[in-house]
Write a protein that binds this ligand. Structure first.
Ligand code: PMP
Length: 357
């Protein structure tokens, strides 16, 4: 059966090999005689999966030893509240870069817990230069979203903010290419784009930052408690964690994040090249701030967008509509999107432009 290509922003497509392995292992997981969906989270087999998954993640993502790992629920938006609760400590201020939909929401959520200072606000085409940033030097942390999924805006460097710990929302960019985790105070990502399916959120935190959570922090979101208890304080989302494990094995088989980074950058460069050389499609983001995962675009004549989406859909090129807040089209090219699918998309876009330009 020919599978469709899911260009949606998330939940994203999974590699066919990952789905096949899940299918093979589903009925009898690991010789237990039960499926992983039914297994107790405190069984030796599942606890071993959790421990080994952390070891693999540490290796694949190159997470330094002095960072703790926790798998929690509540998605990325849950962490928008949990982060200030866990790491404000005795400080009251937090700095936020607002570069798109998700960092704006994170800053809004944080206002319940902290005095939020907006360092800078992006425009539709990019991020203001460092000389315009307003950093407050007594902030507990500086928050940013390296890849804004809706707006297609990205920081290609971790912002230089001095000694203040940097918090990064990697929900749409985790494991996509190598990243220097030693430069983060805390990084987090929901799994449903590059690490599997919805239900589990990975949190990687420098251990000295999570020792003093607010007393009102729910235990299930207390990063210190969860990391000390192998993310099993309560029943974790066992199936989503298992899928993450299968996905991490797949990432390793692709040559790790280094291998994926090479292919991912080639995929996205092709698409931007095509868009930039076309008079029918346009991407409004300045080249240095363009997302390497989510490519929003407008058509010269946006009235034909429904036709564009319907024809693409009929060809198995699915979910290309932009986020409802920005309209237009958007192609999300996460790890599982094959390069050949990007070639097919470009071919379709060119053919559509010829017929409708
Ligand atoms: N941050 C980013 C960068 C995202 O792309 C998303 C989801 N698209 C979220 C946060 C919200 O994630 P969740 O639905 O898991 O809360």
């Amino acid at each position: 059966m020919q599978r469709a290509f899911n260009f949606g922003a998330g939940p994203a497509m999974l590699p066919a090999e990952v789905i096949k392995r899940i299918q093979d292992e589903l009925f009898d997981w690991n010789g237990t005689g039960v499926s992983v969906m039914e297994i107790g989270h405190r069984t030796q087999q599942f606890q071993e999966l959790l421990t080994n998954l952390q070891i693999k993640l540490r290796k694949v993502l190159d997470i330094p030893e002095n960072y703790r790992i926790a798998m929690v629920t509540g998605g990325a938006q849950g962490q928008f509240d949990a982060i200030p609760m866990n790491i404000l400590g005795s400080k009251t201020k937090a700095d936020y870069f607002v570069t798109g939909t998700w960092s704006k929401k994170a800053a809004d959520f944080a206002k319940k817990h902290a005095e939020v200072n907006i360092v800078t606000t992006a425009t539709k085409s990019g991020i203001p230069a460092r000389s315009e940033w307003k950093l407050s030097h007594d902030a507990a942390y500086v928050y940013y979203c390296p890849n804004e999924t809706v707006d297609g805006i990205a920081f290609h460097e971790i912002p230089d903010v001095g000694d203040v710990p940097v918090v990064a929302d990697l929900t749409s960019s985790i494991a996509y290419a190598p990243m220097d985790y030693s430069r983060f105070g805390l990084a987090f990502a929901s799994a449903q784009k590059n690490l599997g399916i919805a239900g589990v959120t990975l949190v990687v935190a420098r251990e000295d930052l999570i020792n003093n959570p607010k007393p009102y922090t729910p235990n299930v979101w207390n990063y210190k408690v969860q990391s000390e208890q192998n993310s099993s304080l309560n029943t974790p989302p066992v199936f989503a964690i298992y899928v993450m494990d299968v996905m991490v094995d797949w990432i390793i088989a692709q040559g790790g994040v280094e291998g994926l980074g090479i292919v991912n950058r080639r995929k996205v460069a092709k698409l931007y090249d095509y868009i930039d050389n076309s008079s029918f499609y346009v991407n409004h983001v300045e080249k240095v701030y363009r997302s390497e995962l989510n490519v929003p675009f407008n058509l010269a004549n946006n009235e034909v967008l429904p036709k564009f989406l319907a024809e693409a859909n009929a060809k198995g090129l699915k979910y290309l509509a932009g986020h409802i807040s920005v309209g237009g089209g958007r192609a999300s090219l996460y790890n599982a999107m094959p390069e050949s699918a990007v070639d097919q998309l470009i071919e379709f876009m060119a053919d559509f432009a010829r017929r409708n330009g």
